[in-house]
Design a protein around this ligand. Structure first.
Ligand code: ADP
Ligand code: MG
Length: 296
């Protein structure tokens, strides 16, 4: 569904250049529900905006389904945004029109693409648990309810890919669990591919795979040990990600990897390290002190 190779995004402001993505690689299979995790400023929103067609890549390769987002024309991009991808923003005001009802909000993207399907709009609102609130104006709904309307809106044109940027960033734990439950259900029932961006490690236990981004590159990947184990249904937010997921470090094609900062700090490694090949393993150590061995 998604394939990024050596993806680069540079923002130019006045005379400063920010390299938000510096050669990022990622693959997402059709029907997968996965999360992208990383600290603030690591490039998560930049990646999602490029995948959503809201921003253009600077270099590298990025394909979503049949589309090549580096080469896509402006007209095709409009089509892409309307039909292939659904987007949920962190800031609710961007998703919703407050003076319209929930139902009218869901019908809006349908109207823009020329075909209103009221029955489907109602079904979507039912799916997100708002059957009884669909005639309410958005401003009459709570933050969590508005966020669920945003999910229904993002699905109005039946996209095959759903992108959500910090969808639970400003709601309580209960609402957050509920939203993750809705995502899981949509993923199963509509075979929808879902990519969730978050800085919240506890969400990670509720998806099949987590890719960690650091400084605009993928660093580590966590894959669920037992995919049939549904942690969402159990409402389990407890336990660390390491209990349920296998951790892998990501190697790019040039053989580069990012060593977790904690490991480097624990061993006092900075600047350079020594690397040795030992039969079935590669060992990275703090460099030997020059002269230390010759002394005795
Ligand atoms: P995240 O979503 O992980 O917090 P972002 O993708 O928003 O990170 O930002 C990555 C880097 O790119 C940051 O250093 C940020 O300041 C910079 N950046 C993001 N958007 C812009 C922009 N429109 N103009 C200039 N710099 C930007
Ligand atoms: Mg962000």
């Amino acid at each position: 569904m998604i394939q990024c190779d050596g993806l680069v995004k540079i923002y130019k402001t006045d005379d400063i250049e920010v390299v938000a993505l510096q050669g990022l690689n990622i693959r997402v299979e059709p029907g997968e529900m996965m999360a992208i995790i990383g600290n603030s400023g690591s490039g998560k929103s930049t990646l999602l905006n490029i995948l959503g067609g809201l921003d253009r890549p600077s270099a590298g390769q990025v394909r979503v389904g049949e589309w090549d987002l580096l080469k896509i024309s402006d007209e095709q991009l409009v089509e892409y945004k309307r039909k292939t991808v659904g987007f949920i923003w962190q800031n609710n005001a961007r998703n919703l029109l407050p003076y319209l009802s929930a139902l009218e909000n869901v019908e809006m993207p349908m109207m823009l693409s020329g075909k209103v399907d009221r029955a489907y709009a109602k079904q979507l609102l039912e799916w997100v648990g708002l059957k009884d609130r669909m005639r309410n104006k958005l401003q009459q709904l709570s933050g969590g309810e508005q966020q669920r309307v945003a999910i229904a809106i993002s699905l109005a044109n039946r996209p095959s890919l759903l992108l959500a940027d910090e969808p639970t960033g400003s709601v309580d734990t209960e609402t957050s669990d509920r939203i993750m439950g809705i995502f899981r259900q949509l993923n199963r029932e509509l075979s929808l591919t879902i990519v969730i961006v978050t800085h919240d490690m506890s969400l990670a236990s509720k998806v099949d795979r987590v890719v960690a981004i650091r400084d605009g590159m993928t660093s580590t990947e966590f894959v669920k040990r037992n995919p049939s184990l549904d942690l969402t249904a159990a409402g389990s937010g407890s336990g660390s990600i390491k209990d349920a997921h296998e951790e892998y470090v990501v190697l790019d094609r040039a053989g580069r990897l990012q060593v977790p900062r904690g490991y480097l700090e624990a061993l006092g490694i900075s600047g350079k390290a020594s690397m040795e090949f030992e039969g079935d393993r590669i060992v990275i150590r703090a460099p030997k002190q020059i002269g230390a061995e010759q002394d005795h």
